[in-house]
Design a binder for this molecule. Structure first.
Ligand SMILES: Cc1cc2nc3c(=O)[nH]c(=O)nc-3n(C[C@H](O)[C@H](O)[C@H](O)COP(=O)(O)OP(=O)(O)OC[C@H]3O[C@@H](n4cnc5c(N)ncnc54)[C@H](O)[C@@H]3O)c2cc1C
Length: 463
């Protein structure tokens, strides 16, 4: 006798949705993804992938700007072809979305291009998608989030912009005002400055990246200022007005800042309007994000949620893991509840800031006991060869056992370098084990093992 296949309906085809679909199909479920805007989601089409593609070009510009110091005589100032840059970004995003579409089709996953919703309490387990209705044993909501906008600064897509509107421009902003100095604001401010825009970063807090490692944030703010960026701390933007040629941002204290364009990076709101959550009884938190437990269950049996719509940790890697965990759980597989304390993350400024594990803030707050060692990259031979001095490696270890608890790497390509620290944290390696690991000479990763050796000087012998 063949058992009926478990049917799964997934609302949203971003990393939270499509990665879940792949796992569920692999486990033999009958899977339908309902997506309104294109597979890959905002991650691939408007947010993560386009911004990182833009940043690849800005990194190349930074290198070109350093080239004279490396002994290269260039034939004048390099400039950016904005139309070509934006075309490359959108082409690449579309191609990535097409790859995902092909992969889902190859796995036998059905895709419906429509806005979907839970059909309501009279029809539990049913998803309405345009004209279609899908009866599902399990539903996963992974509808993502939208850029938050300020009431006094409605985006017009021309001069007052969310990051999703940047790639429709035909030229680089001459004078860009970035409102918000969190991860997204810092990344775009860094990138556009390298591309040649004059950048003003308006931050309501004392410093940029207020949620991040303080040394790293101070370091990047120093780099920004040295490169000519205007950073306005403790400055809350109240309103943005535009005329034909530019924008004028009014701050809470009455000052105004003028520029050619204004980019709003003031957070995200859940994209759940019209999804039928209330009617179905799916609980949300006071900000509207769907409440989930560590295996992605919502308050309604059989309904799971993953990704930015849960507000858990707005990263593609976390969205994908939440989605996979939901499917493993729903399909009766062995599953570990999600652990956010081991998530590696990167802020793609120049230099990049990569972090994993316990933060120094938690140590300072007395939540965790740890030894902390910071090693500047300025003495690293590879950094000297490449012609940069900005950056550092920071390691945190348990004073009792010497186990590596966390780390911060501020360096070009820190997103790649953090893996060594990430593995140490995940595998509970000790400072000694990291210190005794071979690193290539010369390499930036040599600073990670050197930091471990320095940390050993303080670490008691482990019996
Ligand atoms: C500028 C920027 C840069 C970023 N860079 C990184 C990075 O470098 N690394 C990283 O890990 N993360 C990054 N992120 C975060 C990452 O993009 C998100 O965490 C990720 O997109 C979340 O995936 P998701 O599946 O939850 O939602 P999304 O990617 O937003 O996908 C949701 C999908 O659901 C669809 N949808 C919405 N409502 C419905 C509905 N009712 N019916 C059907 N479909 C619907 C949408 O069309 C969309 O396709 C970045 C974010 C921003 C804003």
């Amino acid at each position: 006798m063949t058992l009926p296949r478990h049917t799964i309906a997934i609302l949203g085809g971003g990393p939270g949705g499509y990665e879940a679909a792949l796992v569920a199909a692999q486990l033999g479920a009958d899977v339908t993804v309902v997506d309104s805007d294109g597979l890959g989601g905002a991650c691939v089409l408007t947010d993560c992938v386009p911004s990182k593609t833009l940043i690849e070009t800005s990194n190349a510009m930074t290198l070109l700007n350093r080239s004279a110091g490396l002994g290269i005589a260039s034939g004048g100032l390099a400039t950016v072809n904005a139309a070509r840059l934006y075309e490359r970004i959108t082409d690449l995003a579309r191609a990535q979305s097409a790859d995902i579409t092909a992969r889902l089709a190859a796995e036998g996953i059905k895709v419906i291009r429509a806005k979907g919703r839970l059909a309501g309490p009279q029809n539990p387990g049913v998803v309405a998608a345009g004209d279609a209705e899908i009866k599902a044993d399990t539903i996963l909501i992974a509808t993502g989030a939208l850029p938050r906008v300020l009431p006094g600064a409605p985006p017009d897509g021309e001069r007052v912009l969310t990051w999703r509107q940047l790639y429709d421009l035909t030229e680089l902003p001459r004078d860009l005002i970035v409102i918000g100095s969190g991860v997204t604001g810092a990344e775009f401010a860094s990138a556009y400055q390298a591309l040649g825009s004059r950048v003003t970063l308006v931050s309501s807090r004392d410093r940029v990246l207020p949620q991040e490692d303080e040394d790293a944030a101070n370091h990047i703010e120093d780099v920004f200022r040295r490169r000519g960026m205007t950073v306005l701390g403790r400055s809350r933007a109240r309103a943005v007005a535009r005329d034909r040629d530019g924008v004028s941002v009014t701050l809470d204290d009455g000052r105004t800042v003028t520029g050619s364009h204004c980019l709003l990076t003031v957070g995200m709101i859940p994209r759940t309007e019209g999804c039928g959550l209330d009617e179905a009884g799916v609980k949300v938190d006071p900000r509207g994000f769907i409440q989930v437990d560590r295996v992605s269950r919502t308050s309604v049996p059989g309904v799971y949620a993953a990704g930015d719509c849960t507000g858990v940790l707005m990263l593609a890697s976390v969205a994908a893991m939440q989605g996979r965990i939901a499917m493993w759980h729903a399909l009766g597989e062995a599953v570990h509840p999600i652990r956010l304390d081991h998530v590696a993350a990167t802020i793609f400024t120049d230099p990049e800031i990569a972090t994993v594990g316990v933060s120094q803030r938690a140590v300072t707050a007395g939540e965790v006991s740890a030894r902390v060692l910071k090693l500047p990259l300025a003495t690293n031979p590879r950094a000297k060869m490449a012609g940069f001095a900005d950056g550092f490696v920071k390691l945190l270890s348990s004073p009792g056992t010497g186990v590596i608890l966390g780390g911060v790497v501020v360096a070009p390509r820190a997103s790649e370098l953090i893996l060594a620290v990430s593995m140490a944290v995940e595998q509970r390696l000790t400072v000694e084990q990291l210190a005794q690991t071979f690193a290539v000479y010369p390499s930036l990763s040599g600073s990670i093992t050197e930091a471990a050796r320095k940390l050993m000087e303080f670490t008691p012998d482990i019996p």
